[in-house]
Design a binder for this molecule. Structure first.
Ligand code: COA
Length: 341
């Protein structure tokens, strides 16, 4: 018996500030290096590293699913936040690789971690999904509807990569990152500003054609590998730079901060050249950009929370730091958040 139907009083309180109070991440053990990929497709370590900045990525085990990785990251975030699973009111999972199309993978996670009081849903905004999730969570908490929200970005992209397509298989990896969000402690600002958007005219430049009702999986579809990631790399690249830059500028303007007041930028980890273009346009020095794509590749919705957790744990991110997080993904979608840590 769960208490999913607990009442949600909506007192006429003013909106409150919302902060991250705990982080976690999980990376599968198996490492797939560029040298390994050289044996699988016609590519070289030099090509991959110089075009993308990626040296290796993690690959989940056959019996390890998005829900498993998400639950592992969530357990760490719960511990770091000092809360009990039952304190969680809402579980939002951002993913493009759910365990099943339905029911939601978020429901599996809710059960796995024992968040018996939490409403749960999956969110599909591709690589922007984690920031979309954080912005949604902020609304529930700011409006006093919920106290504690778990937001997770988790992906088993290896399950939808065409391992014979060198254009895409070198880019992606598996992993999960999670945050616990609550009202900001007294005197803290937490999230200062955010921006999110989409351009549905560009659905076909980064997509998985089959698997939904548009193209149910058949033997022909499988033979043509339509149930894998299809991408027009150059077009995605061009849009990514423009959209990330514009969204970051909108959030910065709303926050009232300038780039020189940012201690850290955490960009979506798709490609080092995209990140450097955005960084240069924003006028941020290299040392203030948090990177992990060299080790993990593009883990889509999981990139930003993994990077956030690792750099909180290492002590690089300190209380009071101003952070810009900005992402871009299939849809097309984009989102950014400026926050005070
Ligand atoms: N190894 C070796 N050669 C490769 C290759 C690989 N892994 N992948 C592609 N190539 C080849 C191409 O086939 C092409 O050969 P051709 O000229 O004979 O046709 C050549 O390299 C150049 O391809 P091009 O598309 O011009 O490379 P690029 O400089 O645009 O880099 C990407 C390709 C994919 C790295 C780049 O376009 C990119 O990163 N795009 C964005 C992708 C992305 O971030 N997606 C996720 C967004 S959330």
């Amino acid at each position: 018996m769960t208490n999913n139907n607990r009442p949600h009083p909506r007192p006429a309180h003013p909106r409150r500030n919302v902060a991250i109070v705990g982080t976690g991440s999980y990376l599968p053990e198996r490492i797939l290096s560029n040298a390994d990929l050289e044996k699988m497709v016609d590519t070289t370590d030099e090509w991959i590293l110089s075009r993308t900045g990626i040296s290796q990525r993690r690959i989940a085990a056959d019996n390890e699913f998005t829900s498993d990785m998400a639950a592992a990251a969530a357990r760490i975030a719960i511990k770091n936040a000092g809360i009990a699973p039952d304190d969680i009111d809402l579980v939002i999972l951002a993913t493009s690789t759910p365990d099943t199309i339905f029911p939601s993978t978020a429901c599996r996670i809710q059960h796995a971690i024992g968040a018996t009081g939490a409403a749960s849903f999956d969110l599909q905004a591709a690589c922007s999904g984690f920031l979309y999730g954080m912005i949604i969570a902020e609304q529930f908490i700011a409006s006093h509807m919920h106290e504690t929200v778990l937001v997770i970005g988790a992906e088993k992209l290896s399950s939808i990569v065409n391992w014979e397509d060198r254009n895409t298989c070198v880019l992606f990896g598996d992993g999960a990152g999670a945050v616990i969000m609550q009202a900001a402690p007294e005197g803290k600002h937490g999230i200062l500003a955010s921006d999110m958007g989409a351009d549905g005219a560009q659905t076909d430049i980064l997509h998985m054609p089959a698997g939904g009702c548009r193209m149910p999986v058949t033997a022909d579809v499988l033979a043509q590998k339509q149930n894998t990631i299809h991408m027009s790399g150059k077009e995605v690249y061009r849009y990514a730079v423009g959209a990330m830059n514009a969204s970051a500028e909108r959030s910065l303007q709303l926050s009232g901060l300038t780039t020189d007041q940012l201690q850290w930028v955490i960009p979506h980890q798709a490609n080092l050249r995209i990140i450097n273009s955005v960084r240069e346009r924003l006028g941020v020095e290299e040392g203030r950009v948090i990177l992990n794509l060299n080790r993990y590749g593009n883990t889509s919705a999981a990139c930003i929370p993994i990077a956030l957790h690792e750099n909180c744990q290492s002590g690089k991110i300190k209380p009071g730091d101003h952070i810009l997080m900005v992402a871009f993904g299939g849809g097309l979608t984009w989102a950014s958040i400026v926050l005070e840590w």
